[in-house]
Design a protein around this ligand. Structure first.
Ligand code: SF4
Length: 729
């Protein structure tokens, strides 16, 4: 029968970037169920994570008091894999003691070694307000731009190519626009597992006649709904995409008027793709020339074609080049700026779009204002009323290198503040990353669990889970959505915004919202109407949102806090309160300097580490439906844990036979950097010669194996390709 509940609270799913709206049902101060709401991204639909992935909040593993490392407990990277009783390593402390120690350690390093000796990792799992305040703390308190988050591991290359090509890193059209598409080109993405509700919109589109093309080395579930499947060889993206461009140019399928009016550098692109005929590329990418020609014609001639992509495109040393090719495909055929067309990099984390927008990246202030742009720099110095560094900071993987830099390096990173990120699981080449974290003189970790990263901390600050706070998040479709607090944090755990402000105060920052210079300078009638909704602390969530909205240079100008509390989801760009929001952009030009698409030719760059006699197979890492990223939340959600309890390596049946392995048995997978042991799973969708391992399992961490080689533009590591060997365990 119907369960009686104490209250129902509206929020947004905390897992993937689809941004499904949910309602928590709370009874006796516990979430007892979650249902889908009629939000614009999901219309009531939810996947298994959104519906069942919530009891992590009530896990007995929650950190409920501040913890301080015992003086006699060394930082031991072995704790990341096999943790002892936490009391052997940490002791409980008061907030006062923990905050003083956390801030004092950072302040001392800044004094003795300068601003560049500190770095901060914020979180795409936190709210926009938390991301904004965190980057403000690093920029104004640490005094450098060494601030980044997991976007670096996700779509950094996509954003680099999109900013260069079309002047904006966000999607051009929302996922649900697939309903208007005649052809849906999905590349490097497994949407059924990673964007499940988005996948349902794609499948619905196929049902009513849209042609799905799946281009992916792995043949995944969505292939069952596809018109054509292109299982190209791992890392052969540019070869295949340039072959499609070659056909489009050679067969006159280009939209000449569109190119003339909207694009620069077309001649260079044409010259470059001459050498990439489908016939020449077929042996390189593994797709027959006739299929490449057929798909190129279908994409170009459809009334509307949309491209959606995931980490399979971005996580390569040539990730930026891959996306340059996708931009060229859409531009040369005029498949952009209309319903059912465009470019959609499917965002992974629930708030990776928003955290990036809010400035949680080392080269940009909020709203992608470059820190080394004189005008932007001056604007933020005025807005924040302080001197700011004008050199871009280091990125996630670079910061790990800088932590292990020689003592004489003036930019050696010695202290870090990490909020809600788990680089000891998510970074490439974990042995290196864990040693880097362990080598820090001072590491402050703010999280809800003793994550692998927290085991290497000096101070652990117990934070709040998403259902325990109010805030906004921005989904893959550029929808800013409001989540409301349903529960109190357990024990002495506190809201992340409160913790950031406590550290700011101790770093001597004069954060005083009511007296901030920009607020003082507003006329009487212009005072933000949200002010009365701020909490008694000087930075209530609505006040932080309001300051961020002004820092965003108009992008979300029309999305006031009060409007969000009424509408719960508004899409940006949204220029004023009368603007309903703009789901489809680039309708009459793009926001580059001259308003035209900048086409950039790309050539084949090989993967950084190719298979050889010692390590003859290719490792592809990724996610699976039931588990989220490093598993900290979903492996503590009982239903999800029951569905996928242990680490697996997926391989093609031919490889199992060749290597003498059996499904259900154990295998060891080794790279030059590490080794893991996992259960063998047969999956004939995995290409012969490759293995697929999800990265959620601490007991067999896939990233012990991965290669830290970076894309030179986006600085994203090559998670989708490195050399391994597989042995029976
Ligand atoms: Fe949550 Fe994504 Fe699933 Fe929606 S599709 S319920 S946002 S994990």
């Amino acid at each position: 029968g119907a369960q009686s509940v104490d209250r129902a609270v509206d929020s947004v799913c905390p897992f993937c970037g689809v941004g499904c709206q949910i309602t928590y049902k709370v009874k006796d101060e516990r979430i007892v169920s979650v249902s889908g709401r009629g939000g614009p991204a999901n219309e009531g639909r939810l996947c298994v994570k959104g519906r069942f992935g919530f009891d992590y909040v009530a896990s007995p593993d929650r950190v409920t008091r501040p913890l301080i490392r015992r003086a006699d407990a060394p930082k031991d990277v072995a704790h990341c894999e096999a943790a002892p009783d936490w009391r052997e390593v940490f002791r409980e402390a008061t907030w006062e003691e923990a905050l003083d120690l956390a801030a004092g350690g950072l302040r001392d390093l800044k004094t003795s070694h300068g601003p560049k000796s500190l770095a901060g990792f914020g979180s795409a799992k936190g709210s926009n307000e938390e991301a904004y305040l965190f980057q403000k703390l690093v920029r104004t308190g640490f005094g450098s731009n060494n601030v980044d988050h997991c976007t670096r591991l996700c779509h950094a290359s996509s954003v680099a190519a999109l900013l260069e090509g079309v002047g904006s890193g966000a999607v051009s059209n929302p996922v649900r626009d697939v309903a208007e598409a005649e052809l849906i080109f999905i590349i490097g993405s497994n949407p059924t597992a990673n964007h499940p509700v988005a996948a349902t919109w794609m499948k619905n589109a196929a049902q009513r006649g849209a042609k799905i093309v799946l281009a992916d080395p792995r043949v995944t579930d969505i292939a069952r709904h596809a018109w054509r499947v292109l299982p190209f060889k791992p890392s052969a993206d540019v070869a295949m995409l340039n072959a499609l461009l070659h056909v489009i140019v050679e067969e006159g399928l280009v939209d000449e008027a569109f190119i003339r009016e909207r694009a620069d550098n077309y001649a260079a692109l044409v010259a470059n793709v001459q050498g990439y005929s489908p016939e020449a590329m077929a042996p390189i990418c593994g797709i027959p020339a006739a299929t490449l020609r057929e798909v190129a014609r279908a994409y170009a001639t459809a009334k509307s074609s949309i491209i959606l992509w995931g980490m399979g495109v971005s996580q390569h040393v040539h990730g930026t080049d891959n996306v340059r090719c996708l931009i060229a495909l859409a531009t040369c055929t005029g498949q952009i700026g209309r319903p059912g067309t465009g470019l959609h990099p499917l965002r992974g984390q629930n708030n990776v779009q928003g955290a990036s927008d809010a400035g949680l990246i080392p080269m940009m202030f909020p709203n992608y204002q470059r820190v080394d742009n004189g005008a932007a720099h001056a604007w933020f110095e005025d807005f924040w009323d302080t001197k700011l560094d004008e050199t871009p900071g280091y990125t996630v993987v670079e910061i790990m290198h800088k932590a292990l830099a020689d003592d004489s390096d003036p930019h050696k990173v010695r202290g870090m503040y990490i909020m809600g990120e788990n680089p000891a699981m998510s970074d490439p080449d974990l042995n290196h990353a864990r040693h880097a974290l362990a080598s820090l003189q001072h590491l402050v970790v703010q999280d809800i669990f003793l994550t692998e990263t927290a085991w290497l901390a000096d101070v652990i600050l117990p934070a709040s889970a998403w259902p325990e706070k109010t805030g906004t998040v921005s989904n893959t479709d550029r929808m800013v959505q409001l989540g409301l607090q349903a529960l109190q944090p357990p024990g002495e755990a506190r809201a992340d915004l409160w913790i950031i402000q406590q550290l700011a105060t101790r770093l001597g920052l004069p954060w005083d919202y009511e007296n901030s210079s920009w607020l003082r300078n507003l006329g009487e009638g212009q005072k933000p109407i949200s002010l009365e909704t701020t909490s008694p602390t000087y930075h209530g969530v609505a006040a932080v949102y309001d300051e961020m909205r002004r820092a965003m240079h108009g992008a979300i100008a029309g999305i006031t806090w009060d409007r969000l509390t009424r509408e719960s989801s508004v899409t940006y760009p949204c220029l004023d309160e009368a603007d309903p929001g703009q789901p489809i952009v680039f309708t009459d030009g793009v926001p580059t300097a001259n308003g035209r698409v900048q086409l950039v030719p790309a050539d084949i760059i090989p993967a950084a580490e190719r298979p050889d006699a010692d390590y003859p197979m290719v490792l592809i890492t990724g996610r699976q439906l039931e588990h989220w990223h490093t598993g900290a939340m979903t492996r503590r959600a009982s239903v999800l844990d029951a569905l996928e309890p242990s680490p697996t390596v997926s391989m093609h049946g031919d490889d199992l036979a060749r290597l003498g392995l059996t499904a259900g048995g154990q295998a060891r997978v080794q790279s030059r950097r590490g080794e893991v042991t996992l259960t063998v799973r047969r999956d004939d969708g995995t290409p012969v010669g490759s293995v697929f391992i999800p990265f959620a399992y601490r007991e067999a961490a896939a990233n012990l194996l991965t290669n830290a080689a970076l894309d030179p533009f986006g600085k994203i590591p090559e998670f989708k390709y490195c050399a391994v060997r597989v042995l029976p365990a």
